[in-house]
Design a protein around this ligand. Sequence first.
Ligand SMILES: C[S@@+](CC[C@H](N)C(=O)[O-])C[C@H]1O[C@@H](n2cnc3c(N)ncnc32)[C@H](O)[C@@H]1O
Length: 751
Amino acid sequence: MGNRKVGSRAKPRVEFIPPNQRSDFEGGYGGGETTGATKSMGGGRGGQKRGRTQRRHFRQSRENVWKYGNKKTRAEEELAAADSSSRVDRNPSWEPFATQNEQGIVPKEEWEEFNSLLRKPLPAAFRINASGQFFEDIRLQLENDFMKSLDEEISNEYEIEAIRPLPWYPNRLAWHLNFSRMQLRKNQTLERFHEFLKQENEVGTITRQEAVSMVPPLFLDVCPDHYILDMCAAPGSKTFQLLEIIHQSVKPGLLPNGLVIANDVDVQRCNLLIHQTKRMCSANLIVTNHEAQYFPSCLSVMDSPREANERRWYSTKGSRYLEEMVRNAGMGNGLHRLQVEIAMRGVSLLKLGGRMVYSTCSLNPVENEAVVSEILKRSKGSVELLDVSSELPELVRRPGLMSWKVRDKGVWLAAYEDVSMSRKGVIFPSMFPCDLSCKENDSQFDNLEDTSGFESSRDEEHYSFNPKKHPVDVEGSEKEDGCRDEKGDFNETKAKISSFPLERCMRILPHDQNSGAFFIAVLQKVSSGVDDSTKGILSGNRNYRGSMSSNEEDKQMVRPSMDVSQDGSIAADETGCKLEDEMTTEVGIEKTNATLQKKGKWRGIDPVVLFRDESMIESIRSFYGISDSFPMDGHLVSRSSDANHVKRIYYISKSVHDVLQLNFKVGQKLRIASLGLKVFERQTSKDVSATCPFRLSSEGLPLLLPYISKQILCATLVDFRHLLQYRTIKFPISSTATSATKLRHSCPDAA
Ligand SMILES: C[S@@+](CC[C@H](N)C(=O)[O-])C[C@H]1O[C@@H](n2cnc3c(N)ncnc32)[C@H](O)[C@@H]1O
C-alpha cells in the first residue's frame, strides 16, 4: 500500500486548502485543557476566552482555496463547500501568519512550504486496535473492501492517493487519509467509509487519532508488565494507545501484569477520558483527577524484578494550536513553569531505569527544549536525555534546537540579561538555553536547582514577582544575575548555545509528512536523584508508615487542598496518618471510607470499596458457572460505601489491586475517578425471576466469557434476530426445538 500509485498518468496533486482546524481531530482538544492550564497557571496566558477568540479569528481568516488545475469537479465543489460551511464572517484585518521565523524552527528555504501547509486541513488518521479479538477481520475488511473502493471512487475522481498506511507505525496498523475530518463527515462518496470508521471507533476496534499524536507512546517502549502514568491524559487518545499496547500480546481472558494510570486536572475532561478509555474494556486502568505537579506518591512499591524497568510517561498539554504559536510565540511562556513542575514530578515518580516521554504539540522552544533543559539541570545527572535516532527510523523528524530566543511583549530576547526588570516575574532564566560554561555554573551540577528563577511548586509566591529573587539596586537598575561574556559585557543579541545534548529531542514539522506538529523528548532515570521526594516509597521500601511519618517533603507534595473537605474540618495528611492503623485491615478500610465520606474527603468522588460479600460472590460464581481459575477474591470493587446497595461491580487487575492497597495504606491520597472494568450490574428488571441479583455487563463479557459455563445461549440466526428485535423474550424463545433444548441445557436456571 505504501507505494500505491493512483492511475497511470502523472497527475497533479490535489491540494485541500479549506479553512478547517488542523487540530480538530483530537476531539475537544482546546476548551477543557485551557481551563486546566489557566487555573493552574493563575491566568498566565490571559484566560480561556482569549485563546478561543484567537483560534476563531484564525480559522475565519484562512483562505479557502481549492486548487486542482483550473477545473473543479462537482465532487470537489462538494468537498470544498463542506469545509467552508462553518466559515461565516471573515476577519480581514487579521493577519494569520506573521512571517517571523526568529526561532529558526523552520529552515528559511522551507518556510513557504511550511506556511502553506498550515493553511490546509489536517488529514484524518486512524489505527486498528491490535489487542482486539477481531483485529485481523477489521484489517481485511479495510484492505479488501474500503481501500479498493476508496481507490476507485475517490482516488480516480480526485486523482490523489486516498489512504495509505503510516510507514513508521509498528505492523502498519495505522493509516493516514487524504481528507480532513470535516471532509469525511460531509462528503457523500465517503459516507460508507465514514460510517465504518465511526462504528468501529465506538466499539474500540479502531481509534481515530491525529497521526503524530500516536508517536510519543511508541517511544515509551512499553511492555505488558510496565506501570505507566499518563500525567495530562484527557481526552485519552494516548492513554488508549498505551492500553492497546499493554494488552496486545496477552491472550483473551488473561490480563497483563502492568497498568495505566491516566490523570487529568479537569474533572470534565476526566469524564471524557473515562468515556474514551471505556471502549478498551480494560481492568488494568485507573483514572485519577489531580494536578499532575502534585501527583501523590502512592504508586506501586512492589519489588518484583519486573519493576526494575518500570516505565512511566507523561504527555503535557499543547494547549494552543500550531498556527497561533507561529503568530504569537510569547503565548507559550506562561506554560513553561507549569510544564517544568509537572515534568519534575514525573521524574521523581519515575523508577530507576524507567523512561519518561515528554511531548507537546507546540513548536515553541520555551515549552520544549527549555523544559527538557531545566529537567536535566535540576535532576543533576540522574536523568539522561536518550538518543533514540535508531528507533522508528521511518518517522521523519528533526533534531531539537540548541539555541533559541524568547519572545515577550513583541520583543525577541536572546538571554535572560535582556529581560527588563518589570518582566522578570514572568520571564525566567530557565526559558533560555543553559550554558554550563558560564561562571555561575562552573561546578556543572552544583547550585543548579535555583537557576530557573522560580521557586519550588510548593511555594505559592512564585506566581508573583519576588523582589528577593530579583534584587533591585538603589538606582532602580537590576542587580546582575545573568551570564557575562569574557569582557564582562552582556551579550544582548546572540542566544547562548545549550550545554545539554538537546539535539536528541525530536521535532516533527507539519510539512515533513503532512501531519500536525509535535515535540518529543525521551528521558531515562539513570540514578536516584538526591532530591527524590518519593524515596522510600518508590524505591520498594515496604515500610510505608516509616516513610509517611519521616518524609515531610512527600506530605507537602500532596496539596492539602486537593483532598481536604471544603469546610476544612480535617487536613488530608492528618487524615492519612490518623487512619493508617485502621487501614491495614479490610474492616478498617470500610470504616475509613465511611469516615472520609462523612468528612468530605471524597466530595464529588465516590469511594473505592473492595467488594467482599462472600455469599454474593459465591452466588454469582455458581449462577454463571464461573471457573475457580478466574480469581475474584480481591479483584472486585464497588463505588458505594453501602455494601447492601451496590449497583455495579468492577473487576480490577492484580496491578490495580496492588496500587489500591498501597493507596489505602497511605491514607487514600489518590482521587480515583474510575477504575477497572465493569463486570456485574444489579438486575433492574422486575420481570426477571432470576436467582442472581447481578447480570453480566457487556463490557466485562470478553474477559469473563472464557471462564463461564452457564447462562450461555447458542442461538440460531433466527433466534438472534428475534432477540434483537424484541429485546426481552419469554422462554421458550426458540423457533427450533434444538436450540430451545440447547438453551435450557446451558441456562439451567432459566424459567
Ligand atoms: C493536550 S491535552 C492532552 C492530550 C492527551 N495526552 C491525549 O493524547 O489525548 C492536555 C491536557 O492536560 C490537562 N492539564 C492541564 N494542566 C494540567 C495539570 N496541571 N495537571 C494535569 N493535567 C493538566 C488538560 O486538562 C488537558 O486535558
